[in-house]
Design a protein around this ligand. Structure first.
Ligand SMILES: Nc1ncnc2c1ncn2[C@@H]1O[C@H](COP(=O)(O)OP(=O)(O)OP(=O)(O)O)[C@@H](O)[C@H]1O
Length: 291
């Protein structure tokens, strides 16, 4: 008997789940004998549902933060159920990287096809992530732009928010060792990503694939004032890879030690850390995908 659990985060960014729940139920009824719907009420509920799930498939209606919680639970299971994604967050980097449409009705249609891809999961110390670890908050700041400002100012709104944040931020000192590289110095921003899409910018790491067994690292030099604006503009134009002073490489495992605890962005959630050990667990998570 095939069972499916649907986990809905009713607080996720663009949630309009009531509009498309009937369509989701209809599609799932064709595939599963039993469907259960649960709603997260607070931080950590996704981990609990992922850890205790007893079903063949789990569908997450939410953003990257909710998916990350559910995956942290699923990774504690012996047998990992298939994951379906109905993107309802503000960023949705995993959905973008898997070419899952951001329109919920189109994302529901992806589930009909039964195309499942095994993708990589990242491990940061003792927890898992599905997309991104950034040290320094520019990717978050760019994405935190209010929707009214976006409508009024277009891309300039992203530019000003990113640059404003970058100007205020203090640089940090790091020591980094990976399987193929060692580096140390001062930086204002380090971005590690499993995916091509970072903070909703699909062209950030153009060659990254969700199942290539590696993550990309981008290490910026220190920057302040006008230089901060310059880097944000290059990121938004999708041209940052051409900058020689920005180091970019790919690896399977890296250790990073910061001189003091610093603000991190892990799959869109704010955290803090000083000693970071990050590795890729290749092709471990079965996900409904459109290719
Ligand atoms: N009912 C709830 N109320 C408030 N927060 C919740 C609730 N349920 C879950 N959460 C928390 O909300 C966090 C963010 O959710 P999610 O990532 O889905 O939305 P988002 O931040 O809008 O999207 P994205 O990560 O794509 O930007 C999750 O990490 C989870 O801990």
């Amino acid at each position: 008997m095939l069972k499916c659990l649907v986990i809905i985060n009713p607080s996720s960014g663009k949630i309009r789940y009531k509009e498309y729940l009937p369509e989701l139920t209809k599609v799932l009824t064709h595939k599963f004998n039993e469907i259960e719907f649960v709603y997260t009420e607070k931080k950590g509920d996704g981990i609990h549902y992922g850890r205790t799930i007893n079903a063949d498939t789990v569908i997450v209606v939410g953003g990257d933060g909710t998916i990350r919680e559910v995956v942290n639970g699923l990774m504690q299971q012996k047998y990992i159920p298939k994951l379906g994604i109905i993107p309802a967050g503000t960023v949705n980097d995993l959905a973008r990287a898997l070419n899952i449409p951001l329109d919920p009705f189109k994302a529901i249609a992806v589930l009909k096809k039964d195309t499942v891809k095994y993708i990589d999961v990242g491990k940061l110390n003792e927890t898992y992530f599905i997309s991104l670890v950034a040290i320094g908050g520019i990717p978050q700041a760019i994405h935190d732009v209010q929707s009214e400002s976006k409508t009024k100012w277009g891309r300039a709104a992203y530019f000003f928010n990113g640059a404003k944040y970058a100007m205020k931020q203090q640089p940090f000192t790091y020591e980094m060792k990976s399987d193929n590289h060692s580096m140390s110095g001062e930086s204002s921003l380090v971005v590690l990503s499993l995916l091509n899409s970072v903070a909703g910018m699909g062209r950030f790491f153009q060659d990254a694939r969700p199942d290539d067994g590696r993550f990309r690292i981008m290490v910026f030099p220190t920057f302040k004032f006008l230089k901060a604006g310059y880097y944000v503009a290059r990121i938004l134009a999708g041209k940052i890879q051409e900058n020689k002073e920005v180091a970019i490489y790919s690896t399977k495992e890296v250790s990073l030690i910061l001189s003091k605890p610093y603000s991190l962005n892990v799959d869109g959630e704010k955290e803090q850390g000083r000693e970071l050990h990050i590795q890729v667990i290749p092709k471990i998570l079965p996900v409904y995908s459109s290719q």
